[in-house]
Write a protein that binds this ligand. Sequence first.
Ligand code: UTP
Length: 299
Amino acid sequence: MSPRIRKAVFPVAGLGTRFLPATKTVPKEMLPIIDRPLIQYAVDEAIEAGCDTLVFVTNRYKHAVADYFDKAYELEQKLERAGKQEQLELVRNVLPKGVRAVFVTQAEALGLGHAVLCAKPVIGDEPFAVILPDDLIWNHGDGALKQMADAAEATGASMIAVQDVPREATGSYGIVATESFDKRQGRISAIVEKPRSEDAPSTLAVVGRYVLNPRIFHWLETTAPGAGGEIQLTDAIAALLKEEAVNAFRFQGTRFDCGTHLGLIEATIRYALDHEKLSDAAQRLMQDALKELGVTELE
Ligand code: UTP
């Protein structure tokens, strides 16, 4: 048994260049799927997993993320006066009572590993979660992080979410080699960042959910910058797994890479088709759009 995670880190200090020009002013994490920004889905998943302290690693341009979690007095007053109770609850529940948000600045975008290291003073000496909000995971059962937190609590090992990807896609991911899997978990024996398909040790790709033991900070502090002068989380994990168990975790759920155009579109379609009020209308819209464009048969 290991202590339950209580703190989650959201590294949101990247530049989001793939969504320019939108991300000139709107951080990638604030892009919405239907009516909620990506960061809200990530925060809800962390709270469901048992976290009550949310650490946002931001940069000086990302006021929108802090503003979003701040109390909106004027808006709340207006909604209250107008009797818009449902909307008022939505605004208030962005951050439920008992959950605190902490903002940490990453002065320079020196990589994901560096962003996680920036959260060290808030995390201290306990296991914690890292969530990349642009990896959106959809399912009807327990959220991916809750599944991982339960497993980490039971085994004491760090957990890294993985999923199978086509071999030609390994160059876009961290890829792990594992010992054999017992149910959803397999101990990682090696991890490499973005290998060419012919060099990849497997097709099991890391996705943006981690439960990490605090020892990772030692390795983040001592790991030399890798590709592009950035401190890579993958390199620190590669060092950690040589001294303690780090398990790959095959979560239950469908992951959308909302850091890419197609991933964001795919997630929007999926959430719309699964939406209790919008589903039928969304289906009709999609059929009409295909008809209008003359798409009669899908390959
Ligand atoms: P990405 O590789 O997706 O980079 O970062 P990015 O800047 O967000 O987006 P593109 O590629 O330019 O479009 C993975 C995660 O790590 C965070 C990002 O915010 C994202 O959640 N990150 C990356 C930081 O917080 N700091 C960094 O220095 C780098």
